[in-house]
Design a protein around this ligand. Structure first.
Ligand code: ZN
Ligand code: ZN
Length: 113
C-alpha cells in the first residue's frame, strides 16, 4: 500500500469516527459498508439495519439519485462516488445486461459460474 493511500485511509477512518459515517454506502448481499471508511455498518438481511438516507454506490434507483442530489459535504467528503453518477438512468441495469452478455460469450469449455 502506498504511503498516500495509507494516509488517506487513516484520514477517512478518523473523519468517520469524529463526525459520522457517510450515507453513501456499498451494499453487498444485504450487508452495508460505509462508502468512506469501508466499515461494516449493518446487515439488512437480519432485519437489524435501516437507514432511509442511504445512497447506494451500485443502486441507481430514483430514490438514490434524488437523495444524492440533496446530500451535503459531510456525506460526500472523501467518500466513493456512486458508479452511476453522470450516467443516464438505467445504468446499473444496462451494466448487468452487459455482464450477462459477456458470460454468454465465454468460449466453449470455459466453466460457467
Ligand atoms: Zn465510515
Ligand atoms: Zn437505490
Amino acid at each position: 500500500m502506498s504511503k498516500r493511500k495509507a494516509f488517506m485511509d487513516k484520514l477517512k477512518t478518523i473523519f468517520c469516527a469524529v463526525f459520522r459515517h457517510s450515507n453513501i454506502e456499498e451494499q453487498f448481499w444485504g450487508e452495508h459498508y460505509c462508502g468512506r471508511c469501508r466499515a461494516k455498518l449493518g446487515d439488512s438481511l437480519a432485519g437489524v439495519y435501516r437507514n432511509s438516507q442511504v445512497v447506494g454506490i451500485h443502486c441507481d434507483c430514483e430514490g438514490c439519485r434524488e437523495r444524492y442530489a440533496k446530500m451535503g459535504w459531510m456525506d460526500k467528503f472523501l467518500a466513493a462516488k456512486p458508479e452511476w453518477l453522470g450516467e443516464p438512468p438505467g445504468y446499473a441495469e444496462r451494466k448487468r445486461k452487459e455482464i450477462d452478455l459477456d458470460l454468454e460469450r465465454l468460449p466453449p469449455g470455459v466453466e460457467q459460474l
